[in-house]
Design a protein around this ligand. Sequence first.
Ligand code: ADP
Ligand code: ZN
Length: 602
Amino acid sequence: MDPLFERLHAVFGYDTFRPHQEDIVRQVVGGGDALVIMPTGGGKSLCYQLPALLRPGTGIVVSPLIALMQDQVAALKQLGVQAEFLNSSLSAEAARRVENDLLAGRLDLLYVAPERLLTERFLGLLERIKPALFAIDEAHCVSQWGHDFRPEYVQLSLLHERFPRVPRIALTATADAPTRKEIAQRLQLEAARHFVTGFDRPNIRYQVRVDEGGAREQLLRFIEERHAGEAGIVYCLSRRKVDEVADWLNGKGLTALPYHAGMDGAQRKHNQSRFLNEDGIIMVATIAFGMGIDKPDVRFVAHLSLPKSLEAYYQETGRAGRDGEPAEAWMRYSLADAILLRQMVDNSEADEAHKRLERRKLDAMLGYCELTSCRRQALLAYFGDVLPEPCGNCDNCLEPQETWDATEAARKALSCVHRTGQRFGVTYLIDVLLGKDDERIRRFGHDRVSTFGIGTDLGEREWRAVFRQLVARGHLKVDAEGHGGLALSDTCRPLLKGEETLEVGRQHLEPRRKRGKSGTKARAGAPALAGNPLFQALRDKRMELARAQGVPPYVVFADKTLAAMVEVRPQSLAEFARLSGVGEHKLERYGEAFLAVIRGNG
Ligand code: ADP
Ligand code: ZN
């Protein structure tokens, strides 16, 4: 048998490679260099872990985040791989022990922080052993333009100079071309083979709806119906909202924990550790939460308000489904969110050029929400990736929105903004269009303008959609003073002159759930699993084993492997060994324990 597949199966318990993995592994095993651009969840770690096992010597992995290192090493140990890490969290004595193991050739993989790797002392150690390879994880940290810039990363080119014969593999999920070029240059990887997989996260289903009231209740229903007992993150804009939503969800019988910068550090740490180490916790958080969180089995990410840019949205939703299993990105947004974010930009200390950029990003975000076509295509296009066909796994693909011609309505709306002096907010403008009997309107004399009462052919909901669309397209701009007043911008002229039309989507209030359609299958079976007593018993067993070792449950077995146990119901170790995710070590260590649970729940 091909040693590649033999190790893949024996150690990791997998039968097949994910896209690109095999080519990358062969390249590195053969002593060549590689630059790997693969989205989160694509399976990057295997690309250096497997070659490290196949080549003589120890694989040296440079990694910038202590928490990620610890997670990886814990997962490798579960597989029976001799892995350790060296970073500032170790005592001097523990570090010495690891160094001795390294020198004695006892390690398959060693994770090390960049600043330690670059010390003369450590480089001296490396000269006394035989590194199997150098893996540079999160390689975008060399980019001076990115927000994760690490000065030590730039010096990693020194590895190539000191150890020219040791293959190097650099990996990142950051796929834009300038960053890629910068990585190749700075790490002297121009001659390396490049493997680029793009941005798509096909297992994430995108769903976006306007918040027309009742967003919280809709979130609850979404969690109960589609993600009962599963881990998820709920993002809110403010700390107050975080506390409120967490309390409310707890009151409904879910386990939700708050996380925001206003909490005391110890409490925050405690909540984060529960999220990582227990099953089915919902983290309600501001965007302060998420950096360096590598929990693979987050099944949903919900936004209760508009993110500030598509970059932020992609990153935050990207925390769902790192294990490659089906996951959902769910959002409720409103024009009020957009106005608030806009005011935050306008009132910030940044210079004008920067503000302009931030405004453009916000407009793109709102535009994405207002889309009636495939969301994934638009999201990828924004990052310069092309998806030739609609994805079949977003709300607009699964349940196409009807659109209506809102050109005439848009003209009335723009005219109303003009007639009332370009300083009122949406609610007021709609009241004028609907001809509401209102004291304020009379006081301003707006019951006598020509647009008073000309909009009664539409309801408030339609009018809101028209205004949102006008703001999303930049035809209306929000005032800088902070009252949410709307003013005309130059771009609205063609629309007023009848040279341009405006289409508005009729968003379904609550998605109807059609069964048996393509794409829906991605989730089929999962809700049933949550209530499945065998699945629950297997999860309990997993939790018990994880607790005893002080590791997160997902390093014992992934949910997918537990699901396979429920489906296959193996009766013997031989059958158990055939499950995906069961390598030799885990078979020996856990096989009997899980078989007993399966037999006991027949
Ligand atoms: P990345 O670092 O690219 O975000 P990971 O290396 O963490 O991704 O892998 C994501 C998930 O995919 C992990 O749960 C891993 O066990 C799983 N995985 C990786 N390669 C394979 C494979 N060949 N077959 C099945 N599962 C895989
Ligand atoms: Zn789609």
